[in-house]
Design a binder for this molecule. Structure first.
Ligand SMILES: [Zn+2]
Length: 246
């Protein structure tokens, strides 16, 4: 477990070694909840644009095992991994992790790890808080488990020099308010990485977090035309930390 001093020193190193070498406008795409359209629709669109992304998977109860019209199979999750996308941990049951014991949180995390091992998927190093809920106890567990990042909400960019990697802020882009999404995207600047939280494109089981496919395509078009760099969290991590050794 990293001490606070080690963490601060690491942030200092990143600020002076990694930051200057990051592209100016970095967008991180994160997709939650293992929604089937992410496999059948989203991944193909991302491939067309050459964009990276992190897919935070869980086995959303109670219908994950039976409703394969709306939720991905593990074979589909494996396909995403084989296509080069990152698979992240979103707990087994999408539980509010501030309401469970450390041991229960660990078994929620390890269940997803064991599924990944079974399907020959890289074991996750990034995490997303279900419902954005977190507290210092759950963050301690994630630190002990040696995650690199944990994504929360908050609607602002991730300041690489100042923000705690276990409280990554993100913007939720669901809905039809496109100006909200473009405003979020435009907050990306040197050292301020914009992380977008996306659910299904479309999301038929959770309509309150639906992103219409035509709008999603429009956003991806905008990112391409305006020369944004679009990565997974893993690629952000690899760039920041490999720069430390250059
Ligand atoms: Zn979720």
């Amino acid at each position: 477990m990293k001490t606070k001093i080690q963490q601060t020193f690491l942030l200092f190193l990143i600020a002076f070694n990694g930051l200057a070498k990051l592209p100016e406008k970095v967008i991180i795409l994160t997709f939650d909840d293992a929604i089937a359209s992410q496999s059948t629709n989203t991944a193909k669109i991302l491939n067309e644009y050459g964009f990276g992304a992190t897919f935070f998977v869980c086995e959303f109860p109670p219908n994950f095992d039976t409703d394969k019209e709306n939720y991905m199979t593990w074979e589909q999750i494996k396909e995403l991994s084989d296509m080069g996308f990152e698979i992240g941990n979103h707990t087994r049951t999408h539980v509010n992790i501030t309401k469970i014991s450390d041991d229960s949180l660990i078994s929620e995390l390890e269940y997803i790890d064991s599924k990944c091992r079974k399907y020959n998927i890289e074991v996750p190093s990034t995490f997303a808080y279900p419902g954005y809920s977190n507290d210092s106890l759950s963050i301690n567990v994630l630190r002990q488990k040696k995650y690199w990042y944990a994504r929360a909400g908050g609607g602002r960019p991730y300041n690489i020099e100042k923000d705690d990697p276990f409280l990554l802020p993100s913007y939720d882009i669901a809905g039809t308010d496109t100006s909200k999404v473009y405003r979020a995207i435009r907050t990306a600047s040197q050292g301020n990485v914009v992380i977008l939280t996306i659910h299904g494109v479309p999301d038929n089981v959770h309509p309150w977090v639906n992103t219409p496919p035509e709008l999603f395509k429009e956003y991806m078009d905008y990112l391409k035309k305006n020369n944004y760099t679009v990565w997974s969290l893993k690629t952000l991590h690899d760039n920041l930390y490999s720069n430390l050794n250059r």
